[in-house]
Design a protein around this ligand. Structure first.
Ligand SMILES: Nc1ncnc2c1ncn2[C@@H]1O[C@H](COP(=O)(O)OP(=O)(O)O)[C@@H](O)[C@H]1O
Ligand SMILES: [Mg+2]
Length: 364
């Protein structure tokens, strides 16, 4: 079977997707799969790499690096890969795509839509679950519908906020309904980009202005003071299994882009030192969140644990970080599913989902 591993892309999480892919390439079962890397440059050009039939981790890593470097060059074409023609995938039966792309144009339903049109099996959630999971306003509305605990929030739309009088009213409403501090987040950004913390009405003005530079839909939510951050990994299609919980140990109280990916200052604590009741709760809410959006394959659910011991769902990631050192695979490893087996299970789940969709009347 051919495994098309798609990675990179125009997402701000480009580098993380490259790291995730590097890990995956060294762990794929090459007895079962022939791997075709599809690298998407930062400009959005799709390049097809050489077909891999054995784990050539170091060499591959070099090629990935080179491809990445080349992507910065202004000329659209270069010698490191051939331009990928999507027609190659259309109607192919003996293949599966793993879109290992986090964030925009990967985790938000867009690449999933392309793969649906091409009628190929792929790993992970479909269009709707991906799009809802990525959109901080839509996700909150759906989670509310299923009574999953979330911190109080308000959505703010640019169309209203553009009006100076209404803007003042909105800020007033935030101050009276939530108080300070609040977190201000662009609905669609990810990786702590477009997220800021406002300690006062004055700061709120700047935070909202900043968030609106990323998206015309913004969510403002009550800050959980001294929040501990927990995560649970989910694996499955209709009836996902929940892993044990992990905790993100932090030096500072804001888990931002720098500390997440660059300086390595965040530490993963597995298992999270929480009570059996708290574990049962996060696992239950994680499964509820997965089902609420109709996710498939994999998802990571992120929670806050407040000082009173109450858990709150923060968000879900339908294509979570997937390096060998990322929370999602680490939690499975600690729950008895090693990394190579995890990849295999995810591929099988993608194939199963494709087959079962084919059974529905609409897809026959
Ligand atoms: N309501 C909140 N209370 C406390 N901390 C928060 C809150 N919202 C966000 N944070 C902090 O900001 C980080 C990024 O916010 P998050 O909503 O997870 O956005 P992203 O999609 O960028 O990961 C969180 O991991 C947490 O450290
Ligand atoms: Mg987050």
């Amino acid at each position: 079977m051919k495994l098309y591993l798609m990675y990179g892309g125009r997402t701000v999480e480009h580098d993380v997707t490259v790291m995730s892919t590097r890990s995956a390439l060294s762990a794929v079962d090459y007895q079962k799969y022939e791997v075709i890397p599809i690298y998407i440059t930062r400009q959005g050009l799709f390049l097809k790499g050489l077909t891999l039939t054995a784990p050539v981790a170091a060499e591959t890593a070099l090629k990935l690096d080179a491809a990445e470097q080349a992507a910065w060059r202004p000329e659209p074409e270069h010698s490191l890969g051939t331009k990928f023609d999507f027609a190659e995938l259309a109607g192919q039966k003996d293949c599966v795509v793993f879109p290992m792309i986090h964030g925009t144009w990967g985790e938000d339903g867009t690449i999933q839509g392309l793969l649906e049109v091409l009628d190929v099996p792929y790993v992970g959630s479909g269009i709707c679950a991906s799009a809802v999971g990525m959109d901080k306003i839509m996700a909150k509305i759906v989670f509310d519908e299923y009574q999953i605990p979330q911190v109080p929030y308000l959505s703010v739309l640019a169309v209203h906020y553009r009006d100076a009088n209404k803007a003042a009213e909105i800020r007033e409403q935030i101050a009276t309904e939530m108080g300070f501090p609040v977190y201000v987040k662009a609905a669609n950004a990810g990786s702590s980009i477009g997220v800021s913390k406002a300690e006062s009405s004055e700061e709120l003005v700047g935070c909202l202005a900043d968030a609106f530079t990323y998206d015309d839909r913004v969510v403002v939510e009550k800050a959980v003071p001294k929040a501990r951050e927990l995560a649970v990994s989910l694996l499955g299609n209709d009836d996902p299994k929940a892993s044990i919980a992990g905790e993100i140990g932090k030096k500072q109280d804001f888990y931002d882009y720098e500390s997440k990916f660059i300086d390595g200052s965040t530490k993963l604590i597995i298992p999270a030192p929480i009570t059996a009741e708290q574990l049962a709760e996060v696992q239950k809410y994680a499964v509820m969140a997965f089902n609420a959006v109709g996710a498939a394959g994999l998802t990571r659910a992120d929670f806050f644990l407040d000082q009173a011991g109450q858990v709150w769902l923060n968000e879900i990631q339908t294509m979570p970080g997937f390096t060998q050192f990322s929370m999602y695979p680490f939690l499975w490893q600690a729950s008895g599913v090693p990394y190579p087996e995890l990849i295999d299970q995810l591929i099988q789940l993608g194939l199963e989902r494709y087959a079962s969709k084919k059974q529905t009347v609409a897809n026959k």
